[in-house]
Design a protein around this ligand. Structure first.
Ligand SMILES: C[S@@+](CC[C@H](N)C(=O)[O-])C[C@H]1O[C@@H](n2cnc3c(N)ncnc32)[C@H](O)[C@@H]1O
Length: 278
C-alpha cells in the first residue's frame, strides 16, 4: 500500500527531467524549423529548450510548478511562451487549436495522488475523445490523449513515457486511440533505467498522426536498444526500420509487436479457432 503523505514532492508532481541526449534525439526527429508550432505540455525547468535553440520554432510550454516555470522562462528561448498552469485544463479549453509537433516528458503520477480538479480534467479528456476511463489511470495517459488531439494531421509526437504503455490494462483505451489516429508508431525500449531515483522504466514514444482518416495505418514497432549508441543515429532511420513494424498489434497489448509476424499469425489462428478458445 502507498500513502500520499509518504511520497516526495518530486514524485507527487512527476519531476524527473529528461537527459539532454534523449531530448535532442526526440527533437531532431520532429525536425522543427522556422515557425514550426511546438508544444511542450509539462516543461519542468526547460530540459528540452536547448534542443530547440536556433531552430526558429514557435514554442508553447506549460508547467505547473511556479519555480520550475520561472527556471524554464529564464533560459530565454526565443519565440517561446511558458504558461504556469495545468496543461490538461488548458487543453480542454482549446478545442480546435493545432500544433505541428509535440515533445517532452509528461508527469507520471497515479490518479489517486492528483488533486481533485486534475482528476476531473483527466476524466473529461477521456470522455471528450470517447475513450474508456478508469480510476486506475495515471497522469501521463490523459496527457498523451489530449496531446494527440492537439496535433495537426501529419504532425509528430516524440515523448518519454513509462514503459507500461506497452502492456498496462489502464492504458488500453489510449493504445487503441493511438492505433486509430497514427500512421506509424515506434517505441524505443532500452535495456537500462534512464532516470535516476525512480524504479519506473521509461521508453521513447515516436508517433506520426495520419495525414487524413483515410490513410492506411502501418501499425506499431518496438525497437529494443542496448546502451545509448542509438542516440547518435538519425532518428528518422530508427523510426523507419521496417523490421519491427507489425500492423496487427495496435488494437491490443503492444507486447505483441515483439513477436515475429509469422509467429503472430499462428498465435492469432489459434486464438480464433473455437477448438482452443471458448
Ligand atoms: C517528468 S517531468 C518532465 C519535465 C520536462 N518535460 C523534461 O522532459 O525534463 C514532468 C513535469 O510536469 C509538471 N506537471 C505536473 N503536472 C502538471 C500539469 N497538470 N500541467 C503542467 N505541468 C505539470 C511537473 O511539475 C514536472 O515538472
Amino acid at each position: 500500500m502507498n500513502f500520499i503523505a509518504l511520497e516526495t514532492e518530486q514524485k507527487l508532481r512527476g519531476g524527473y527531467y529528461t537527459p539532454e541526449d534523449l531530448a535532442s534525439f526526440l527533437t531532431r526527429w520532429v525536425s522543427p524549423t522556422s515557425g514550426t508550432r511546438v508544444l511542450e505540455p509539462s516543461c519542468g525547468d526547460g530540459a528540452f529548450f536547448p534542443t530547440l535553440q536556433g531552430t526558429g520554432a514557435n514554442v508553447t510550454a506549460f508547467e505547473l510548478s511556479p519555480e520550475e516555470a520561472a527556471k524554464a522562462s529564464a533560459r530565454g528561448l526565443p519565440d517561446c511562451t511558458v504558461h504556469n498552469r495545468d496543461f490538461l485544463g488548458w487543453a480542454l479549453e482549446s478545442k480546435g487549436k493545432q500544433f505541428d509537433a509535440v515533445i517532452g516528458n509528461p508527469p507520471f503520477v497515479r490518479y489517486q495522488y492528483l488533486p481533485a480538479a486534475f482528476q476531473a480534467n483527466a476524466e473529461r479528456v477521456f470522455s471528450r475523445l470517447n475513450c474508456k476511463f478508469t480510476k486506475h489511470t495515471n497522469a501521463w495517459v490523459p496527457f498523451i490523449l489530449a496531446l494527440m488531439d492537439l496535433l495537426r494531421p501529419g504532425g509528430r509526437l516524440a515523448m518519454v513515457v513509462p514503459s507500461e504503455i506497452v502492456h498496462v490494462m489502464h492504458a488500453q483505451s489510449l493504445r487503441t486511440y493511438l492505433g486509430e489516429q497514427c500512421r506509424r508508431i515506434v517505441i524505443v525500449d532500452p535495456q537500462e533505467i534512464w532516470f535516476e531515483g525512480t524504479l519506473q522504466g521509461a521508453v521513447l514514444l515516436m508517433a506520426e498522426k495520419k495525414a487524413s482518416p483515410e490513410v492506411h495505418g502501418e501499425g506499431l514497432g518496438i525497437q529494443r536498444v542496448a546502451g545509448r549508441d542509438f542516440l547518435q543515429q538519425d532518428p528518422e532511420a530508427v523510426f523507419n526500420t521496417p523490421r519491427a513494424i507489425n500492423g496487427k498489434t495496435v488494437a491490443g497489448k503492444w507486447t505483441r509487436a515483439l513477436v515475429p509476424t509469422a509467429t503472430l499469425s499462428i498465435l492469432e489462428a489459434i486464438e480464433e479457432d473455437s477448438r482452443f478458445c471458448r
